[in-house]
Design a protein around this ligand. Structure first.
Ligand SMILES: [Zn+2]
Length: 129
């Protein structure tokens, strides 16, 4: 006998592929999944925004390169980016309008991007700015 995905009680009647015992369980289940997705997205955005604050503070101080471990100590999370592409020998990342090259130990060539429309085109070389 199938069991309700929300409350775990047995589903005694209805179609054999029924997933919920009642409408309330169905709504509760979908709401909690939507809530979990919203929470996940907000955590990702918070991390990316923190990365941005760190990189932006460097640029405002006139710094265009930094040790990756130092950045991570400040709260920078290397894997949270808004875009990535390989350009020649370099791994070029962006965090909103800041682009940089990142290796396993350093972030360098930090700079602001001024033309967003170019970067929205797939395969466009963001170094051509
Ligand atoms: Zn139920």
């Amino acid at each position: 006998m199938p069991v309700c995905l929300e409350c775990g009680s047995q589903i005694r009647y209805g179609r054999t592929d029924k997933k919920f015992c009642c409408e309330e369980c169905k709504v509760r289940h979908h709401n909690s999944r939507a809530r979990a997705a919203r929470y996940f997205k907000s955590k990702v955005i918070a991390i990316i925004n923190r990365n941005y604050e760190i990189l932006d503070a460097l640029l405002k101080d006139g710094v265009d390169s930094a040790d990756l471990m130092d950045l991570m100590t400040m709260g920078f999370v290397p894997g949270m980016i808004t875009s990535y592409r390989r350009s020649g020998k370099h791994d070029v990342f962006t965090c909103y309008d800041i682009k940089y090259i990142m290796t396993s130990t350093r972030v360098y060539s930090l700079m602001k991007i001024h033309n967003l429309s170019v970067n929205l085109q797939v395969g466009t070389d963001i170094n051509d700015q």
